[in-house]
Design a protein around this ligand. Structure first.
Ligand SMILES: [Zn+2]
Ligand SMILES: [Zn+2]
Length: 256
């Protein structure tokens, strides 16, 4: 298993990260991608990836933090990418019109600039989208982005099928286990398994039966179990394919 998206630089893990990683390893999580929400977190993610061989990092500014984006930040991201072999994507970037923690026009500008940077590097992009799928699709089209994942996908299949057809991956969290998440389960059902990844988005969104607690990478096993159930596939097969998808997407080797 791979936890393709979690936030190990979050202060929620400051006190017990080695124990968290040990529990992940125990249940068979072989690689973990720790995602940045802003530039200081990106530095912290790179440091963690240096310290722990099974960790890989992303660098980027979350739409919530878009209002803090400054001229020159794209260059700082370029420098971070060059500083470590373990930076494997630009993210998380995107649009969040649910919380609107940054003005929407600023979110769009910062998303566009970082998505262009990902294309230029070239690196895959980890995209966050909440109640903003039309604008996310428009910007992906404008930039001509080719390699990206819609993480924590909550969209209806009809709204994302065209993106998947042109190469996008969809990644699903513990929300697939939530009783009211029929739309998400329907999207899981219709998404080709070759285009599907699993993640925790820890420390948020713990799956049933851990809902309400701090989430952690070991719990990606619950996401895997639910995805296999929804797709009526053998869990070993779903594990193998989603693992290969994540390894290929992030350019990670399992050996070494
Ligand atoms: Zn997100
Ligand atoms: Zn996230």
């Amino acid at each position: 298993m791979i936890d393709s998206h979690c936030h190990l630089a979050d202060t929620a893990f400051d006190d017990d990260l080695p124990a968290v990683l040990a529990r992940a390893r125990e249940v068979g999580v072989e690689r973990i991608v720790t995602i940045a929400d802003n530039l200081p977190e990106a530095e912290k993610c790179i440091g963690l990836a240096r310290e722990f061989p099974q960790l890989f990092a992303t660098v980027g500014v979350h739409p919530h933090n878009a209002k803090e984006w400054k001229r020159g930040d794209a260059d700082r991201l370029r420098t971070m990418v060059a500083s470590s072999q373990k930076v494997r994507a630009i993210g998380e970037i995107g649009l969040d019109y649910h919380y609107d923690l940054s003005p929407r026009d600023v979110q769009r500008d910062v998303f566009r600039e970082q998505l262009s940077l990902a294309k230029e590097m070239p690196l895959p992009a980890v995209i966050h989208c909440r109640e903003a799928i039309a604008d996310v699709k428009a910007i992906i089209g404008d930039v001509g982005a080719e390699k990206f994942v819609l993480h924590c996908c909550t969209e209806a299949w009809n709204d994302v099928s065209a993106l998947v057809e042109r190469g996008a991956f969809l990644s699903f969290t513990g929300m697939v286990t939530y009783p009211k998440a029929d739309v998400i389960r329907s999207t899981v059902e219709q998404c080709p398994i070759e285009k599907l990844m699993i993640e925790t988005d820890a420390p948020y969104l713990a799956p049933v039966p851990y809902r309400g607690k701090r989430n952690e990478p070991a719990f990606v096993a619950e996401v895997l179990r639910k995805v296999a159930e929804i797709k009526r596939m053998d869990i070993v097969e779903v594990d193998r394919i989603t693992t290969e998808n994540a390894l290929r997407f992030f350019g990670i080797a399992l050996v070494g």
